[in-house]
Design a protein around this ligand. Structure first.
Ligand code: ZN
Length: 234
């Protein structure tokens, strides 16, 4: 029977976008519970001037200094250079947004960048082909499935749930329940949403429930896709 590494049948992964200051608190929480995730960054927005207001919370991109230390043990991935709507870009612009972000992140973090999340969740076959052409193996969308299925096409990867899904803790219960089938629990969001919605308790409770267990493989998005490729599942 096919299992995840270590003979496990449960895998947990997270995906958080934009490289904003609240990632610091989220990474600390993940590290505390031995949880791994993927953080999707815009290399062209790592500056003090990229600030916006979301209700009463100021949302700021982090500058590149210290990011390597911050995300140590987690994965970083492409979110394009400037976070534009990808449908609107020409083929040349699209490939530059992908390739230049990949190169900038590889230079900053010192390892090969393996995948991405689509800004605004925009993805179609042309965009997927451009992503594959740049040597990226997965792309996360904003749609979710409410299931623990492995992605049929990692270039249009739909997770299980956004962290604000009212059924989040029900999914967590189902995920941990007995069963032999492979389960991938994939949660995505933006860390500033926890400040805007005053609901850090949602992710703190989830991490406390799911973290530090022997029967769960804690993996980055890239580790999941590499395991899928090794097992010829994509
Ligand atoms: Zn984004």
């Amino acid at each position: 029977m096919l299992t995840f590494p270590g003979g496990k049948t449960k895998c947990l992964t997270f995906s958080y976008d934009d490289g904003i200051f609240q990632d610091m608190r989220l990474v600390q929480l993940f590290n505390l519970h031995g949880i791994k995730g993927t953080f999707n960054l815009n290399s062209g927005k790592m500056s003090r001037v990229d600030v916006w207001q979301n209700q009463d919370v100021q949302v700021r991109h982090m500058e590149p200094e210290h990011l390597k230390e911050l995300y140590l043990g987690q994965e970083v991935a492409v979110h394009t250079v400037h976070h534009k709507h990808l449908y609107a870009l020409s083929d040349e612009e699209l490939s530059a947004e992908l390739a230049q972000d990949k190169i900038a992140l590889e230079n900053l973090f010192g390892y090969p960048i393996y995948g991405m999340a689509y800004p605004f969740g925009d993805c179609d076959e042309r965009i997927e082909a451009a992503v594959a052409k740049e040597g990226l193996y997965y792309g996360r969308c904003v749609q979710t499935t409410g299931t623990f299925a492995l992605p049929e096409n990692p270039l249009a990867w739909k997770g299980t749930a956004h962290h604000n899904d009212p059924k989040l803790m029900d999914y967590a219960e189902q995920f941990l329940s007995d069963g032999d089938e492979l389960r991938l629990f994939y949660i995505w969001g933006h860390s500033y949403e926890f400040d805007v919605n005053r609901n850090w308790n949602v992710i703190e409770d989830l991490c406390a429930k799911l973290g530090g267990r022997d029967d769960v493989w804690y993996a980055t998005n890239g580790e999941v896709v590499r395991w899928m490729k090794q097992n010829k599942l994509c």
